[in-house]
Design a protein around this ligand. Structure first.
Ligand code: KG4
Length: 332
């Protein structure tokens, strides 16, 4: 089954053709990151406009690169949430029109389910049940994936996402948006104990929090700037990264202990972080848990992951129609 999949939830326009949920025939992505870097973060209205400009040509490119025609497509899939509402609406409306014009089923897909499904593309043998640690610019959560379309959130951030925390701290250090990768690079060789930063303790033990850490690091930078003190930047990046990892990894291991799951997958842009990947590897190794870390190319937003999850949604009977809407917030 060939699925034409659309994604426009944030600042990447992406269109892919995926066969049977597992084989990527094409994965065309147009990032707007350079435009938003001028403003230090995503400007929603600009994101929507850029999606409108790109989506038609990008879908032609995805079909051409896959070596298929519109008539070969069996279903059309689209991210319907969560994300920036104006941005989401672009692909939702384009996909609705495409499905109507082609006379094919329309499959709405949850963005984070897509991030988890990126692992099906990278690891052909991977099947639920497993645990997923979803860490991106907008979300951070531990999800129990009992089946391809049967998911329960075990813990989630109470405030900012892990990626947001990296990006905002990077911004006060003068790094361009999105600063997660730059923080990762800067942290190499830095002392993770250089600056004491807070770790959150929450009543619900599997929930996490990043806003206290973000504020503490931002204040630390501002204080140093006001006093004219020089900061050990690799040490600061390493200390921030260690604090983020401490927020994520022990809770994920605790979730594995409670559920008895023996497989863990990581998903989302922050899953590209070297320290977090290393910490997950060590913790899983010590607990006898098989860990799947997606390749960096599949960590960020892409259309292929939406095409993958859409196949399993299709098998489960999920369908959209011309009344399909986009949702800024959407339960997994
Ligand atoms: O999944 P994604 O591409 O978009 C969302 O759906 O949010 O994630 C983007 C986030 C940004 O916050 C970015 O700074 C962060 O992932 N990120 C990283 C790294 N690469 C990307 N954060 C830490 N370390 C990295 N290597």
């Amino acid at each position: 089954m060939l699925i034409l999949a659309f994604e426009s939830s944030c600042d990447e326009t992406a269109v892919a053709v995926v066969r049977d949920g597992r084989t990527v025939l094409s994965d065309a992505i147009l990032s707007q990151v350079d435009v938003h870097a001028l403003y230090g973060g995503v400007v929603p209205e600009i994101a929507s406009r850029k999606h409108v400009e790109a989506i038609a040509a990008l879908s032609d490119r995805a079909l051409a690169e896959a070596g298929v025609t519109r008539e070969d497509i069996d279903a059309v899939a689209v991210t319907c949430g969560p994300g920036l509402i104006g941005a989401l609406l672009v692909a939702v409306n384009f996909a609705k029109s495409a499905a109507l014009a082609l006379g094919k089923p329309l499959i709405p897909v949850h963005h984070l389910r897509g991030h988890i499904a990126a692992n099906y593309l990278a690891f052909p043998a991977l099947e639920p049940p497993f645990l997923a640690l979803c860490i991106s610019g907008g979300n951070s959560m531990i999800v129990d994936v009992a089946g391809y379309t049967d998911m329960t959130i075990l813990g989630a951030t109470r405030d900012d996402a892990a990626g947001e925390c990296f990006d905002k701290i990077a911004r006060v250090l003068g790094m361009p948006y999105p600063g997660g990768k730059a923080m990762d690079d800067l942290s190499r060789g830095g002392d993770p104990n250089k600056y004491p930063l807070p770790r959150a303790k929450l009543e619900h033990e599997l929930d996490m929090s990043f806003s206290g850490l973000k504020t503490a690091a931002v204040n630390l930078v501002h204080n140093a700037q006001q006093k004219g003190e020089e900061l050990d930047l690799p040490g600061l990046a390493a200390s921030v990264t260690a604090a983020v990892s401490d927020e994520l990894v022990p809770r994920t291991m605790e979730a594995a202990r409670r559920t008895g799951r023996k497989i863990l997958v990581a998903a989302g842009g922050v899953a590209a972080n070297r320290t977090i990947r290393g910490d997950l590897e060590r913790a899983c190794g010590a607990s006898g848990i098989k860990l799947y870390l997606p390749p960096l190319s599949l960590c960020g937003d892409n259309g292929a992951m939406i095409g993958s999850q859409a196949y399993y949604e299709y098998l489960a009977g999920t369908r959209g129609d011309s009344s399909l809407n986009a949702f800024a917030n959407l339960e997994i």
